[in-house]
Ligand binder design. Structure first.
Ligand SMILES: [Zn+2]
Length: 138
């Protein structure tokens, strides 16, 4: 008999985001149930992400060859470089996500994923060298 490991909050959040994205593609909007589920799962970072998306603070850049997505998200203290699932240049990502594992994603990462799903951010295709430059400048 093999033991079943409980899914991590990150895995549950990723699953919810996949469902949410599929629903948005099919229906064009979120349901109250999806909003409640995300709020319960992600707490204040979800609420803050909604504000960021609502204020149109997200821009997406896609590498021409790599198709890598990188986001610039404007926050109160500056502009952050974000990979939706793996990295954000903000301090909250470093402390809450990386060091303390208190949250699966920072608000900028959540805002990036949601803005892209809702088509609420400009998307620009750039040379891959520009993607590298974003990282070097962050
Ligand atoms: Zn962040």
């Amino acid at each position: 008999m093999t033991a079943q490991l409980a899914p991590s909050i990150t895995q549950v959040a990723d699953q919810c985001f996949e469902e949410l994205t599929t629903h948005i593609e099919n229906q064009g909007q979120l349901t109250i149930e999806q909003m409640s589920k995300m709020s319960l799962l992600l707490g204040r970072n979800w609420q803050k992400a909604l504000q960021v998306v609502d204020q149109n603070e997200v821009e997406c850049y896609i590498g021409e060859s790599s198709r890598r997505h990188i986001f610039q998200v404007r926050g109160k203290s500056g502009v952050y470089i974000t990979f939706a699932k793996t990295y954000c240049s903000c301090q909250a990502h470093y402390y809450e996500v990386v060091c303390k594992s208190e949250a699966p994603y920072c608000k900028h990462q959540l805002a990036a994923r949601l803005a892209l799903a809702l088509k609420r951010c400009p998307v620009t295709v750039v040379p891959d060298t520009a993607i590298a430059q974003f990282l070097l400048d962050s």
